[in-house]
Design a protein around this ligand. Structure first.
Ligand SMILES: [Zn+2]
Ligand SMILES: [Zn+2]
Length: 126
């Protein structure tokens, strides 16, 4: 569950909605230098990997969850690693050289100041 905040820049007065955290379907990243937003769709960006992941999870469940099953566990761990690696590749770095972060400082997308007021109303998103 993510948080949507109404933010105002103290320098240039720009008003915008900042999304924090991650939802079930996607995550929203922001560049730590220029404030550019990057939207990451968790399942849609690598459906094949998720398909494999679900396949092995179901298999694991059906074969007795409580029993140790090293083969299936290894498969799941390896797919999980692939998903994470894929995500890093997809998110990449910003054109400005900044890093995309999920819960970093809020940067004004207009003047790039970090002097912002984020006490505006909040709402939850998924
Ligand atoms: Zn940037
Ligand atoms: Zn600003």
């Amino acid at each position: 569950m993510g948080l949507a905040k109404n933010v105002q820049c103290n320098k240039c007065d720009k008003n915008w909605t900042h999304y924090e955290g991650s939802g079930f379907q996607h995550e929203i990243y922001y560049c730590d230098k220029c404030g550019k937003q990057k939207y990451y769709e968790i399942f849609n960006s690598c459906p094949n990997l998720w398909e494999q992941y679900h396949f092995y999870t179901e298999k694991w469940k059906s074969e007795n969850e409580n029993k140790e099953n090293l083969f299936l566990e290894k498969q799941l761990i390896s797919i999980d690693k692939k998903i994470k690696r894929h995500k890093i590749k997809v998110i990449g770095v910003c054109d400005c050289g900044g890093k995309y972060e999920i819960n970093g400082d809020i940067v004004c997308p207009n003047c790039h100041s970090k002097d912002v007021n984020n006490n505006g109303y909040c709402l939850l998103w998924d």
